[in-house]
Ligand binder design. Structure first.
Ligand SMILES: [Mn+2]
Length: 418
């Protein structure tokens, strides 16, 4: 009883995790440099604050993964052949008046160099620093991923202009960061496990809250309280609470309907922890029991998950697993009701980078989220779990603490509401 109370109402005083050690970022940059064939490179921060007067800057994932720097207008310049200043960080000048609004920034100091684990920190535009690449370096590499054909990024322009001005060879390494980021290190997996643990607390709160007469918004706020009391440092994405026919809308976000007896509720929502995302979906019956039709659909979705898990073997790629998902739901007679990808990569972003048609590397984390959507029947079912790919075709279900089998979901809902 006491334990139950503690679980339900604990005050863990959650704190954000400490920053990853600077050595982690330093080692990542060394791995990048090993692949540059002796070329110098520069990459610029692309992060932004969302629109609105009070919004916090969020670094883009590549730059954050490389540096841990959460500031706009920063540059990382890498000189693999330099003797001393191989990893150089450029930060924009301080602005004391702006800092009254957005918070203080660090002064340039030996401590700042230590904090980021670089060889040199300086104010200014790192793009210009590429002009100092020769004579040690006779080529420049472009790291910025090719996300758009418009090619407006400043860190694509800078190496192009510098290479043109100096007559240096230009080398394209635009897949490199994706390849390195796809395979997560143990320090990242640990943070993602924390994000999943906080997510579980929220989903349990949601299981308690999905009762007839409350609004989808009530479920959402109870769930978010669960996330944050369990240590979440943010939400991975806008919470989806889709009851009844809204459960057949993939990214339902209005969360305004009142739950009714007999509904199932698709809850796709997860916590973020230390910048790392989780992504979990559960479908709960409001009455506590799935109807016969709902149960049939639920079991088909569950079976599709099982078929996908069973297909994870050495060399398997996301495209292979998509095929498995579609075959499974075809056998169940619901193929045309499954209208999205079976899963995606996870990491610093809820839709993280990775190669869909290449073998999944050890350290990749993917979601497995088949779903069946029946707007004409007034409901949908999605079950979403996270899988860590291990060496030799092995894998681990990171969300194993969540109920997944139909009977376990019903039991969990009953227990949560007791
Ligand atoms: Mn997802």
């Amino acid at each position: 009883m006491l334990i139950a109370l503690l679980l339900a109402f604990s005050h863990p005083n959650p704190q954000p995790p400490p920053d990853l050690p600077a050595s982690v970022y330093r080692e990542r940059r060394e791995r990048v440099m090993k692949e540059l064939g002796g070329c110098a490179t520069a990459i610029a921060a692309q992060g932004a604050a969302p629109p609105g007067p009070v919004s916090e800057f969020r670094q883009d994932d590549d730059f954050y993964w490389l540096t841990g720097v959460n500031e706009p207008d920063a540059w990382l310049v890498l000189f693999p052949k330099a003797k001393y200043r191989r990893q150089v960080l450029f930060l924009k000048p301080r602005d004391p008046e702006l800092e009254r609004w957005t918070g203080p920034r660090d002064p340039i100091s030996p401590a700042l160099k230590e904090k980021y684990g670089v060889d040199y920190v300086v104010r200014g535009n790192g793009g210009n620093a590429l002009l100092g690449a020769p004579p040690l370096h006779d080529c420049l590499a472009i790291l910025a991923p090719a996300d758009t054909l418009k090619d407006e990024r400043n860190d694509v322009q800078a190496p192009r202009q510098a290479a043109g001005a100096l007559g240096l060879k230009l080398v394209y390494k635009r897949d490199l960061l994706t390849r390195l980021r796809e395979a997560h290190g143990p320090e990242e997996i640990a943070l993602m496990e924390q994000a999943i643990a906080a997510t579980r607390a929220g989903h349990e709160a949601a299981a308690r809250a999905t009762v007839a007469g409350v609004s989808e918004r009530d479920v959402q706020t109870q769930m978010e309280f669960g996330f944050f009391s369990a240590g979440a440092t943010g939400l991975s994405y806008g919470p989806i609470v889709g009851s009844g026919e809204n459960g057949a809308v993939l990214h339902w976000g209005k969360n305004s309907r009142i739950l009714r007896d007999g509904d199932v509720v698709v809850i796709d929502s997860a916590a973020e922890y230390g910048r790392y995302a989780a992504d979990v979906t559960r479908t709960y019956p409001v009455s506590g029991k799935f109807s016969e039709e709902q149960a049939k659909v639920y079991r088909a979705v569950y079976q599709a998950q099982e078929d996908i898990f069973a297909a994870i073997k050495p060399g398997v790629a996301m495209v292979d697993l998509q095929e498995v998902a579609e075959q499974s739901l075809k056998r169940a007679g619901y193929l045309e009701k499954f209208i999205h990808g079976f899963g995606h990569f996870m990491g610093l972003n809820v839709h993280d980078v990775g190669f869909g048609s290449q073998p999944l590397p050890a350290g990749a984390i993917i979601t497995v989220e088949p779903g069946i959507y029946l707007p004409e029947r007034g409901f949908g079912v999605r079950i979403e779990d996270e899988v860590l790919i291990l060496p030799n075709g092995k894998w681990r279900l990171l969300t194993a603490d969540f109920p997944r089998k139909l009977e376990d979901v019903e039991a969990w809902v009953a227990r949560a509401r007791r």
